[in-house]
Design a protein around this ligand. Structure first.
Ligand code: NAD
Ligand code: TDX
Length: 327
């Protein structure tokens, strides 16, 4: 039996991860360590409350004393860090908490684990940092894609803070031989995603017959991956990945924002729904696209979701779970 400590497991990806992990790894136990910020919602993982292999601990990754206490108490084999401030627009309005949580919080986790794991002298411990394609910056033409060795050229306070965390993980690997890996995934969609993000905002606005708001001309492109495909890739990396390595995770499904808005309206049978172009996001990255050959070749991973089917299922989830988002 392995014990996995997941930080940020009450958020969108973390909650989907824990559910899927417990379903597919029948002997393992998960500790969910989450501060429950505005983005953390205990309802996301309420169905797991009665599972004896799951336990929730309220806590802040920046709190050295408390995080160390929990690490000592549960002695996890693996730690996966999902906890972060995750919304680009919020980082533009107020970058400081992005530095605190994403950089300093990750550094705190690294220091606590390094100290504790050194003492326990256990060779099987692993840390996985959940990062993003946004650390590579923006692609200006339609052919390129980012590999794991592309330069880090982040453009928003959010992506700069995630890049800062990635570099700190790298430094711990190189300097202390710390047993860490990093995954960098493209834009996720699926159930339990906060309404502030693009796909839920399109679905919710369309359901309410409000105008979908598109930043700028709507031609910015994102590579969309279903959250369960991301989660399956994370477990592959956790169990089979090579320590010290970075793995990109992408679907190859690139869609412009305006096309995505139209696709959502089409599936809702609201083709005539309104789309309103509004002032562009400052520093708005033009296009993200990942080269995911490394994880496909070395770890035998591939996506299982077809984009339109995944979007349709996601729309149904928001239709069937109105109480979750309509507060
Ligand atoms: P989210 O905002 O939905 O969830 C973040 C979670 O972290 C919340 O439960 C929140 O309460 C918790 N948290 C925040 N600060 C904390 C702290 N100081 N201590 C403990 N917990 C804290 O985010 P998400 O979309 O689920 O993203 C999860 C991770 O995946 C992030 O690291 C993000 O950068 C990364 N990522 C996200 C995407 C995406 O498309 N959403 C893509 C690639 C990578
Ligand atoms: O109302 C909107 N209108 C709009 O045109 C919103 C909220 C967004 N957009 C655009 C901006 C982006 O081009 O849609 C695209 C997607 O926006 P977000 O959902 O805010 O995602 P993005 O900025 O691409 O970042 C996301 O993917 C990478 C996550 O929020 C990050 O946590 C992750 O690292």
């Amino acid at each position: 039996m392995n014990v996995i400590l997941v930080t940020g497991g009450a958020g969108f990806i973390g909650s989907n991860y824990i559910r899927l992990f417990l379903q597919t790894n029948k002997d393992d136990k998960v500790i969910n360590y989450d501060k429950l910020t505005y983005a953390g919602n205990i309802e996301n993982i309420q169905d797991l409350d009665s599972n004896p292999r799951y336990c929730f601990v309220k806590g802040d990754i920046c709190d050295e004393k408390h995080f160390t206490k929990i690490i000592k108490e549960y002695d996890p084999d693996y730690v996966i860090n999902f906890a972060a401030e995750s919304h680009v627009d919020r980082s533009i309005d107020d970058p400081s908490i992005f530095g605190d949580t994403n950089i300093m919080g990750t550094l705190n986790i690294l220091q606590c684990l390094k100290n504790f794991w050194k003492k326990s002298n256990d060779q099987n411990k692993k840390f996985l940092q959940i990062s993003t394609d946004e650390v590579y910056g923006s692609l200006e033409n339609d052919d390129d894609s980012f590999t794991e060795s592309s330069l880090l050229m982040p453009n928003s306070p959010y992506s700069a803070s995630k890049a800062g965390a990635d570099l700190m993980v790298r430094a711990f690997v190189k300097t202390y031989g710390f047993p860490a890996m990093i995954t960098r995934c493209s834009n996720n969609y699926g159930p339990f995603q906060n309404a502030e993000k693009f796909i839920p905002s399109c679905i919710i606005k369309a359901l309410k017959d409000e105008a979908i708001t598109i930043y700028g001309d709507g031609t910015n492109i994102r590579e969309w991956i279903h959250v369960n495909d991301h989660c399956a890739a994370i477990t592959k990396v956790l169990l089979k990945g090579k320590l010290g390595e970075v793995y990109n995770i992408g679907s190859g499904d690139e869609v412009s924002n305006i096309e995505m808005a139209r696709l959502i309206l089409k599936h809702l049978g609201k083709e005539t729904g309104r789309i309103e172009k509004i002032t562009d996001r400052p520093g708005h990255d033009r296009r993200y696209a990942l080269d995911s050959k490394k994880i496909a070749g070395e770890l035998d991973w591939k996506c299982s979701y077809q984009l339109e089917k995944g979007i349709k299922e996601t729309i149904s989830w928001y239709q069937n779970n109105r109480a979750w988002w309509d507060k």
